[in-house]
Design a protein around this ligand. Sequence first.
Ligand SMILES: [Mn+2]
Length: 599
Amino acid sequence: MQKKWQLKQIEESLIPKLPEYPALILRLLANRGMTEPREIKNFFNPDYANLSDPFLFSDMKKAVARIQGAVEKQEPICIYADYDADAITACAVVYLGLKKLGVRANYYIPDRFSEGYGLNIEAIKKLASEGNKLIITVDCGTNAVEEARLAQELGVDMIITDHHEITDGLPEALALLNPKNRQDNYPFPYLTGAGVAYKLVQALFRNLNSSTSNPPHSPLVPRGDETAEEPPLRVRGGEGELLTKGVLVGWEKWLLDLVAIGTVADLQPLTSENRLLVHFGLQVLNKTRWLGLQALIQVAGLDAQSRPFDTYTLGFLLAPRINAAGRIKHGNLAFQLLVAEDDNEAKQLAKELDELNSHRQTLTQQILSEAKSQVETKLDKKILLVASDNWPKGVVGLVAGKLTEEYNRPSLVIEKDGEKATGSARSVNDYDMVQALNYCQNLLQKYGGHAQAAGFALESKNIEAFYQKLLEYAEVAGYTPEPYEINIDSEVAAQDLTWDIYGYLAKFGPFGVGNPKPRFLAKNFKLLEARQVGSDNQHLKLRCSLDGQEFNAIAFGKGFLTDILNSNKTFDAVFELESNEWNGHKELQLKIIDLNATQ
Ligand SMILES: [Mn+2]
C-alpha cells in the first residue's frame, strides 16, 4: 500500500533558542512538545526522583494500611491478575513485594478459554471460600461492579489496581487505584497494570521505611550484593509496635525490570513516568536477580552481544514468550516462571514458554492468512471485521493488530464458539475503539479496554448487526481511513548527519509508542551502488551520496526496488540514523524506512 510521508510542521517561534544544543535537536524536542530548558534537561537526564508520589492516588493510604494490617496478622491475601504480559508482570511485582515483607500471597489468573478476561463471580466465590480476606487485583477490576459487590458481601476486602478505561459505574471496593479515574488526582493517566502495581509496592515500602532515618531515594539501580548484608530495618506496626524486617530502602527497584516488560508489552506511550520506568527497568534487567527472567533471556537467545537491552528486547523477545502461556495454555506458567525460586524449575518453564511461543507464531500466521482472504472482499469498508468458528481465542488480538497495521484501519477479529462469540479489536490513532463499542453496547454482553485495543463478547447471531452498527458509528464519528502515514521529524542535509547528533538521538530513548525513533527526510540522494542481501534477497544494501558526502544505507524488505533504483540513480528517502559496528570499525549508517526513486 502506498505510504504518505508526513513532515512535522512546527512553528519556528516555538523552537527554543538554547545555544548549548544543535538546532536540529531543538527542533526534534519541540516536535515532542518540549520547549522549556528544565523539561529538556529532565528529558536528557532521567531521574528516578521524578516519578510521581504514589500517594497522589487518593485511595493509596487506605490500600497501604489495609495491606500492612494483613501482613501483620498474616491474613491470606490473593492477587487477582489477568493472562497477558502486563498483568502477569504486575502480579509478580505485587507478589514479590509482599514476599519481601514476609507474606506469601495466593494468586489467581483466570483461564482465557473457559473464563475470559477479568474478575468473575465463580472465581470470587472460590477465593472467598478458600479463606482469602483481601483480594488485590492487578490490571483488571475497574469495571467489575458486580464482582466487587459480591466480595463485599462475602467479607472479602478488595483493592483494585488497574488502568483500563472506566466504562461502568465505579466498583465499591476498599480502594481503587486507576490513573484513568478522573475523580482521582494522579497526574499521569498512561501507567500500565504493571506501573500501577509498582506504585502500590512503592507506597508500601515507602510507608515501611518512613520510620527510619534513611533518605527516600537510594542509588538509582540497586547493588547486586545487598541481600547478604541487608540491615535490619525497624518497621512501624499497626499498634505502634515495631517489626523487624530485612528490607533495604530502594529494594523495590529490583522489580523495575518486570515493570518495564509490562509497560512496553501493553503499548502505552513511553512518555513521562512510563519512559522513566522503562529507562530504569532496562538498567535493572541487565542485572536481573529473578531466576525466571535470567532463564527467559537465555532461551530467547540473548547473549552478551544483545546487551545493553532495549525496548525491542522487551516488546519482541521477552513479552511474547510471557504472553504465549495465556494465549495457548494458561497464564499460570508465565507467572510461575517470573517468581521461580529454583533454577531448574525456571529453565524448564522458560523452555516450555519458548515452545508455546513458536506454536503461537505458527497459529498467528495461519489465522492471519485466513483473515486476510476474508478481508480482501471488504476493502471498501471503513472498519474491518472478520469472524470464524475455528480460530483460537488466544491469537485473535494479534491477528487484529496485524490487520490494522497492514490496512491502516480499525480491525475486529471474532472467534465463534457455538452461540457465543468473543473478539478482539485494534484501532488506528485517531479512532477510539472504546467509544465505538459504547455505541454498540446494546449488542454486546461485555466489553472494555483502551482506545487502541479492546475486547468484547456477544451472541454469535448478533455479529452482523454489530458490524452494521460499527460501520454506522464510523459515519457518525466522521471517520475516513487514511493511507498509512510515515511521520517525519525533519528534513536534513548531509552536514546534519554527524556523531554529535547521533549521540543526542540515542538519548531520546527508550523508544516505542508515543516516543518513536526520530525519522528524517533527505532529498536527491545519488545512488552509487545497490545490491540485494538476505536469504531471499529481500533486503537492499546501498552506497549513496548526499550533498557530495557518501553513506552506507540498509533498507529492510526493499530488495524488490533494486531494478527501479538502478535505472533511476536518484532518490528521496525517509530514514533513521544508526551506528553500524563490525570488526572494531564503526560508522554512521542510514536505516531507510521508505524511499522514492526520482528522475
Ligand atoms: Mn494492561
